[in-house]
Design a binder for this molecule. Sequence first.
Ligand SMILES: Nc1ncnc2c1ncn2[C@@H]1O[C@H](COP(=O)(O)OP(=O)(O)OP(=O)(O)O)[C@@H](O)[C@H]1O
Ligand SMILES: [Mg+2]
Length: 331
Amino acid sequence: MTALLEVRGLRTTFKLETGGEFTAVDGVSFSVESGRTLGIVGESGCGKSVTSLSIMGLLPKGQGRIAAGSIHFEGRDLATLTPAEMRSLRGNRMAMIFQEPMTSLNPAFTIGDQLIEGIRCHSELSPAQARAHAIVMLRRVRIPSPERRMDEYPHKLSGGMRQRVMIAMALSCEPKLLIADEPTTALDVTIQAQVLDLMRTLREETGTAIILITHDLGVIAELADDVLVMYAGRVVEKATVERLFAYPQHPYTIGLLGSIPQMHLAQDRLNAIEGQVPTPMSGLAGCLFAPRCPFAVDACHQHMPPLTDLGDGHQAACWRAPLDSEMGTAP
Ligand SMILES: Nc1ncnc2c1ncn2[C@@H]1O[C@H](COP(=O)(O)OP(=O)(O)OP(=O)(O)O)[C@@H](O)[C@H]1O
Ligand SMILES: [Mg+2]
């Protein structure tokens, strides 16, 4: 059986004002099966959003492009689709929730109009049927008095409510794949928990596959089946959520998890690893994490480690993997 989504060797670049190109995502491969949730973690700027925009065909025109690799969705090579075919795929077979709901809600139209338009674009429903479906969707994302909310404008809603409306819009066409890019970062903790709960319920009800992008390892632990750890535009570790938390193999992941005392410095673990993330342009010959890595040996500074199979689908790009028990992380 082929996976719902298959990303192979994705390289995404942006034009530099000075000429030349900046590689934001480099050689990223992963697949997502129906009904599974893939978590993507990594600190700011590591290429999580660019990966999802590449999949959705939403890279800024004239600036960003897929320079290498392939993306297959439901067996179709997305590079071969026309812009119109790609548009019809979006919001229909695949949908995305952004960090900031106002990026996808239009302040000039009511919630109801926007939901109905989205639904009618992708179905044969009459206006009245689409309206009824929109109300069902609002109810499904637990918006109180949905009939009344239909006539309100986005700015009248709280952040949590807007995020729910966005989830309702994304899910109104029952996409096979939902990409949620930091869906809860802008929300307070209680609302965060409710939105996550909602995503979990919807996944169970509809079998939608989810790519969940987040800084928050707690969210990953709760919702993801599989995890991709990205660093400086590359995948450095890939494993099931159980294995990743029990036996992290890349020192960067170990740092994120705070499993090493000297790397466990602050509450915000993602930013607690000392040093700066190099850009893929920095010209480092070896592992991009080596300058910050407490385990680095000479080879790490000289050669880029490939993503290597460690068994059970667990992969890490580290010359020192599998890490031994002295490092406190033995499988
Ligand atoms: N439109 C753009 N033009 C040029 N460079 C871009 C553009 N969008 C993103 N980048 C660069 O690509 C790299 C990856 O960015 P991306 O937004 O994917 O990071 P991220 O992992 O989503 O970070 P965050 O956690 O902050 O959302 C960054 O270096 C960023 O500056
Ligand atoms: Mg992002």
